[in-house]
Design a binder for this molecule. Structure first.
Ligand SMILES: CC/C=C\C/C=C\C[C@@H](O)/C=C/C=C/C=C\[C@@H](O)CCCC(=O)O
Ligand SMILES: [Zn+2]
Length: 550
C-alpha cells in the first residue's frame, strides 16, 4: 500500500498498474523534473506491506520452539522481494543497502548484512532499533530479514550461529566446520568479500534447505552441511544470473564448487559419489516434469511461467553435469577450477547470461576451441530431458549401495531371511541415502519386502531427513498403509519443499489415501509458508479459492 513518493524531496506522481498473476502490481513513478543522462535522483517511497506478502511468513508463538514470542522470516528468491519492498526486483540490478529495524525488546532482528549497532527506539522505550549495512552490491532477491527470540554463539573468527535458544547449541556444534569450509572455498575461488559469514537456523517451516543470504546464510533444521550456501558467496551472490532463465549459472556453478570443497575436505571419490546421487536427483526431476517438458531445459523460457513453478533439480544437476563434462574434456578438475575462478574474477559484482558465460569459456580455452566446438550445446542447453552425455563417475563408494539394492530388487520371498542389520550399519548415512535412491528409481518393491526391511533395518527410527524422506516414499509406493501417517507427519512437521511436496504427492497417488492427503493438507494449510501451500495445492489439484482451512 503506497502512501507517497518523492523525488529529490519533491512530491512525485505515482500509479499502480494492473495486477499480474504472479509478477504483482507495477508501480509507475513520474518524476516532477527532467533527468539528463548520468544524473542521479533519490526516490523515496513511503509504504506498508501486507500481512499476506508472499516473501514473508509470520509465525505465532505456538509455531516457535520457545512458544512465547512470534517470529518473522523472509524468503525473497526469486521474485518475492517486491512483496515487502517496492523495488526494481530483478537479479540484473545490484545495490547496497542500509536498514533500521524496530522490534519489541524481547525480539532480535537480523538481516543479510553486517550488523551496525542497536539502540532503544527513541519513539518507544519498549522497542529496540537494530541497524544493518550491506556495502557489497547485491540483487534484491538477497535482501532478507528475520525477527524472533534469537540467541547466537560465536563459532569462528567471522561466524556466529543464530537460532531460538532451544537449538542454538546444537546448531553451533553442527556447523562447527564452517571456517574450514570458508578457507577451502577461498583457496578455490578467491577472497570472501562479504566480511561476516553467519548462519541462522530457522523454524522447520522454512521452505528450502538453505538460502544463501549474504553475511547470513539461512538454514533449516534438516540441513547438516552448508558447503552449498558457502559456495554461493562467489557463484550467485558475487556473479549473478541476469534473469531467472539463466538460474543454472547460479546453481550449476555452486554445486560444482560445493563438490570441489567436498573433494578437498574428503576425497575425489566422495565428489564422484555425490555426483552419482545428483544424477539421480536430476532423473527424478525429469520424471516428475516429463522428459519432453521445456522446463527441463538447462536454459528454459520463463515467459508466463512463475519461477517458483519452474524450480527443480534441473539447473543444479544438469548444470553440474555440463560443467563436469567440460572438466573431463578440457583437462580435469584443476584446469577447470582455474576457469571457474577466472570466470568469478571476470564477472564479480555483475550479472551474466549464458551467452556471456559461453563466450568467456571460449576465450579462456582459446587453445581448445576445437574441443569446445564438438560439444552439442543445443542439446545441453535448449533440449528437454536428460543430458546428451552421461558422465562415467567413479563408483568406489557407490558399489556397496548398488550391490545391496540389487539384492533387494532380485530377492524372492524365500530369500528375505538372508538380509542382516549389518547390511546398512556398515554403510555411511550418504550411502544409505544412495541405496534408497536406487530403489526409488525402480518399480515399487513388494510389500513383503519393505516390511522385512523395516523389521531388519528399523528405518522408521532414522531421523536423518534425507534418509527418512526416501524411506517413507518407498513404503508409500509399496502401498504400506502404516507408512501413510508417518509420511504425512513428516510432510507437515517440517516444510522444506524438497520433502513436503513429494511426500504429499506420493500419498495423493495412493488412491485409498488421496482424501487423507487432502484432509491433512487443508488442516495444516493456514500454518504453512505461503509459497509451500500454493505449490502443494497445485500438486494436489486443490482449488484454494473454495477450500476451507480448519
Ligand atoms: C529454471 C528455474 C527458474 C527459476 C528458479 C529461480 C528461483 C526459484 C524460486 O522458487 C526460489 C528458489 C530458492 C531456492 C533456495 C535454496 C535452494 O538452493 C534449496 C534447494 C532445495 C533444498 O535443498 O531444499
Ligand atoms: Zn543454491
Amino acid at each position: 500500500s503506497v502512501v507517497s513518493v518523492t523525488a529529490n524531496g519533491q512530491p512525485a506522481r505515482f500509479s499502480l498498474g494492473p495486477k499480474h498473476s504472479f509478477k504483482g502490481t507495477p508501480l509507475e513513478i513520474t518524476l516532477p523534473f527532467d533527468l539528463s543522462r548520468g544524473q542521479h535522483v533519490i526516490v523515496e517511497v513511503t509504504y506498508e506491506t501486507s500481512p499476506s506478502a508472499t516473501a514473508l511468513q509470520w509465525l505465532t508463538p505456538e509455531q516457535t520452539a520457545g512458544k512465547k514470542h512470534p517470529y518473522l522470516f523472509s524468503q525473497c528468491q526469486a521474485h518475492h522481494c517486491r512483496s515487502m519492498i517496492p523495488c526494481q526486483d530483478t537479479p540484473s540490478i545490484k545495490h547496497t543497502y542500509y536498514a533500521q529495524v524496530s522490534v519489541p525488546k524481547d525480539l532480535v532482528a537480523v538481516m543479510s548484512a553486517v550488523r551496525d549497532g542497536q539502540e532503544v527506539d527513541p519513539q518507544d522505550s519498549g522497542r529496540i532499533i537494530y541497524r544493518f549495512r550491506q556495502t557489497v552490491p547485491m540483487p534484491s532477491y538477497l535482501i532478507a530479514i528475520v525477527a524472533g527470540a534469537l540467541e547466537s554463539r560465536e563459532i569462528g573468527p567471522r561466524t556466529r550461529v543464530w537460532s531460538e535458544k532451544e537449538f542454538v547449541d546444537k546448531a553451533a556444534f553442527e556447523f562447527s566446520e564452517t571456517e574450514a569450509m570458508l578457507k577451502t572455498a577461498e583457496e578455490l575461488a578467491g577472497p570472501y568479500v562479504w566480511g561476516q559469514y553467519d548462519v541462522l537456523v530457522l523454524p522447520p517451516s522454512f521452505p528450502y534447505g538453505g538460502m544463501e543470504n549474504p553475511c547470513l546464510t539461512f538454514a533449516t533444521p534438516t540441513v547438516l552441511v552448508i558447503a552449498h550456501e558457502i559456495s554461493h558467496s562467489w557463484t550467485g551472490n558475487l556473479v549473478t544470473n541476469k534473469t531467472w532463465e539463466h538460474f543454472w549459472l547460479n546453481e550449476g556453478h555452486t554445486v560444482y564448487l560445493e563438490r570441489m570443497i567436498g573433494r578437498c575436505l574428503e576425497s575425489e571419490q566422495f565428489r564422484q559419489f555425490k555426483a552419482i546421487g545428483g544424477w539421480k536427483d536430476l532423473q527424478d526431476s525429469v520424471n516428475t516434469f516429463g522428459a519432453n517438458n521445456p522446463l527441463t531445459n538447462l536454459v528454459p523460457s520463463l515467459q508466463d511461467v512463475s519461477p517458483d513453478d519452474a524450480f527443480s533439480s534441473v539447473p543444479y544437476e544438469k548444470g553440474f553435469a555440463l560443467l563436469y563434462y567440460l572438466e573431463e574434456q578440457l583437462g580435469g578438475p584443476e584446469v577447470f577450477m582455474g576457469f571457474v575462478k577466472s570466470y568469478i574474477q571476470r564477472f564479480a559484482y555483475s550479472s551474466v547470461t549464458t551467452e556471456e558465460w559461453k563466450n568467456y569459456l571460449f576465450a579462456y580455452f582459446k587453445d581448445k576451441v576445437d574441443i569446445l566446438n564438438k560439444v552439442d550445446w543445443n542439446a545441453w542447453m535448449f533440449t528437454p530431458g536428460m543430458p546428451p552425455v552421461k558422465p562415467q563417475y567413479d563408483t568406489t563408494m557407490a558399489d556397496a549401495c548398488n550391490a545391496l539394492s540389487q539384492k533387494w530388487l532380485q530377492a524372492k520371498d524365500q530369500d528375505l531371511n538372508s538380509f542382516k542389520r549389518s547390511d546398512v550399519k556398515t554403510l555411511s548415512s550418504h550411502q544409505v541415502i544412495e541405496f534408497l535412491s536406487l530403489l526409488l528409481q525402480e518399480d515399487p518393491l513388494p510389500l513383503t519386502h519393505v516390511k522385512k526391511m523395516q523389521e531388519i533395518y528399523d528405518l522408521n527410527a532414522y531421523m536423518n531427513a534425507e534418509i527418512r524422506f526416501r524411506w517413507l516414499r518407498l513404503c508409500v509406493r509399496s502401498r504400506w498403509e502404516e507408512a501413510v501417517p508417518l509420511a504425512l507427519k513428516m510432510a507437515t512437521d517440517q516444510g522444506r519443499m524438497k520433502f513436503t511436496r513429494p511426500l504429499f504427492r506420493e500419498v495423493f497417488n495412493f488412491e485409498k489415501f488421496r482424501d487423507e492427503a487432502l484432509r491433512v493438507f487443508l488442516a495444516h494449510r493456514a500454518g504453512m509458508h505461503p509459497v509451500t501451500s500454493g505449490l502443494v495445492s497445485k500438486d494436489l489439484k486443490v482449488d484454494v479459492s473454495n477450500a476451507a482451512s480448519q
